[in-house]
Ligand binder design. Structure first.
Ligand code: HPA
Length: 273
């Protein structure tokens, strides 16, 4: 057993003892979207600081704790706040929770994030179903010795975002009368926002939205065979598109304003998966 495998299992064993329910669906709540955790019934809260091998989450708008309980008729395990590469964490630590979800036998992972709109057809406040991604972070969480007990050395990414979960998301949004955009999420290392030239380049490359998370977690989920769904809240148009400067506070402000509807959508999707 390699060291990472050991850390994953230590964390999973710790959580197993602390959780009253077997989690079915895992959720990662991005910037300003943590409010969904308040809708969880019979919540059990476990700060990351208590989980063996877990780093602290330092990003603004990220509470840094697991919240487990009942949501939309399902047993859920939520990350209220995630780890980002720009915080200085190792990739292994960023994706460790995904492997823990798999070790706990979760059967689906819903990743949410705040993102900048790159597609000119998008507007601030839009929701986007991630159909694919471009890893522009310059790093891959699977670099290094492969643990065959977790997944294969060369991991197929053809359907990294589970097609059946995507269908569920489309149908749920349609039933709720919520417009759901679709597109390619480009993962950028940050923490600086992109330049306008980078955004033009990313659009040419096929990106519809840009953000600083999600890609490592989706790769780790594909690797360990955990079906993943990705949803972005477009909190701003990307650099150079709106004729104004970008700021992190605006991202949080829009995430808070659109958060309640986004949370309802995620909740209904949770009910349907
Ligand atoms: N760029 C990168 N990450 C983001 C953005 C953006 O414009 N908005 C929210 N997260």
């Amino acid at each position: 057993m390699n060291a990472e495998h050991e850390l994953v299992h230590q964390a999973a064993d710790f959580l197993k003892h602390r959780l009253p329910l077997q989690p079915e669906v895992a959720l990662v709540l991005g910037s300003g979207l943590g409010g969904l955790a308040q809708r969880i019934g019979d919540p059990v809260v476990i700060p990351y600081s208590e989980v063996p091998g877990f780093p602290l989450s330092t990003a603004p708008g990220h509470a840094g704790q697991f919240v487990s309980g009942r949501l939309a008729g399902k047993n859920v395990l939520c990350m209220q706040g995630r780890f980002h590469y720009y915080e200085g964490h190792e990739m292994a630590a960023i994706v460790r929770p995904v492997r823990v979800f798999k070790a706990l036998n979760c059967r689906a992972l819903i990743l949410t994030n705040a993102a900048g709109g790159v597609n000119w057809d998008f507007s601030v406040g839009d929701f986007m179903l991630i159909t694919d991604h471009i890893n522009f972070m310059g790093v891959n969480p699977l670099r290094g010795p492969n643990d065959d007990a977790i997944g294969p050395r060369f991991c197929d990414m053809t359907t990294a975002y589970d097609p059946a979960l995507q269908q569920t998301a489309r149908k749920t949004a349609a039933d709720m009368g919520i417009a759901l955009r679709e597109g390619v999420y480009l993962g950028y290392m940050g923490p600086s926002f992109e330049t306008p030239a980078e955004i033009r380049a990313f659009r040419t490359l096929g990106a519809d939205a840009v953000g600083m998370s999600t890609v490592p977690e989706a790769i780790a989920a594909a690797h360990c065979g955990l079906p993943v769904l990705g949803l972005s809240l477009i909190t701003n148009m990307a650099a150079g598109m709106a004729g104004k400067r970008l700021c992190g506070e605006e991202v949080i402000e829009i995430a808070n304003a659109r958060g309640p509807v986004f949370q309802q959508l995620v909740e209904q999707i949770t009910a349907a998966v």
